[in-house]
Design a protein around this ligand. Structure first.
Ligand SMILES: [Ca+2]
Ligand SMILES: [Ca+2]
Length: 223
């Protein structure tokens, strides 16, 4: 057998294995709002690493409403064909520190009053659908001493995040306290909703969305 003739085939198979072993993800950040109406916040640069499943190439947007589909790149910086639209009551920030990476991603967010926030992503790539995917939703508001909970849902898959009294992102992601993970999704289009849970210590109800990550499940299961 002529090994040289087969080398491209072997290489192709090897690279194919690498491609299926590493899970891709698509991340969306929202920034702006707060005391300086966004003027003190930088848009995330594509080189910044952030998220519970760390990645670069965050798609970073501002503004409370966007009815026109915005194209999304994946964690490799490649076009995906996926787009995002959203509607929220306003923008705000946690009044935290603006520095590159997780802190910047967690600073600004889509905010609301009692109304629901909705984020719709269409055109999820076929390889995400083939393995299934998880959606990480980051949620941390400028809640002062109030304790505010939010229901974050995609269809029948939902989870509650509780922003504890005087808590703001300090460098560590904790499921249920500053993010939730909506697992095992397989649709090409989804709408994520964020709805405040009104409780005795809520004061003004809020359900922030600071950013989201759509994470492909690896062929072997959850990454
Ligand atoms: Ca908070
Ligand atoms: Ca953000």
């Amino acid at each position: 057998m002529d090994m040289n003739a087969n080398l491209p085939t072997f290489l192709g198979a090897f690279l194919g294995l690498l491609a299926t072993a590493a899970a891709d993800s698509i991340a969306v950040d929202w920034y702006g709002g707060g005391k300086n109406e966004g003027s003190s916040q930088a848009r995330m640069a594509r080189s910044e690493w952030a998220g519970g499943v760390p990645q670069q190439h965050w798609n970073s947007f501002t503004g409370p409403k966007q009815p026109a589909g915005q194209p999304l790149v994946d964690s490799n910086g490649a076009a995906t064909g996926a787009t995002v639209t959203w509607k929220a009551g306003g923008m705000w920030d946690t009044n935290g520190t603006d520095k590159p990476g997780d802190f910047r991603m967690m600073l600004g967010y889509l905010s609301n009053g009692a109304e629901e926030i909705a984020v719709t992503v269409t055109g999820i790539p076929a390889h995400f659908i083939a393995t299934g995917y998880d959606v990480y939703v980051y949620s941390d508001g400028d809640n002062d001493t109030h304790r505010r909970a939010a229901t974050l849902a995609i269809g029948a898959v939902s989870a509650v995040n509780t922003d504890m009294s005087s808590a703001s992102f300090a460098g560590k992601f904790v499921e249920g306290l500053n993010y939730v993970c909506l697992r095992g999704l397989t649709e090409a289009t989804f709408t994520l909703t964020a709805t405040p849970v009104v409780g005795p210590k809520t004061n003004n109800p809020r359900a922030p969305i600071n950013g989201i990550q759509i994470v492909q499940r690896s062929a072997a299961g959850k990454p």
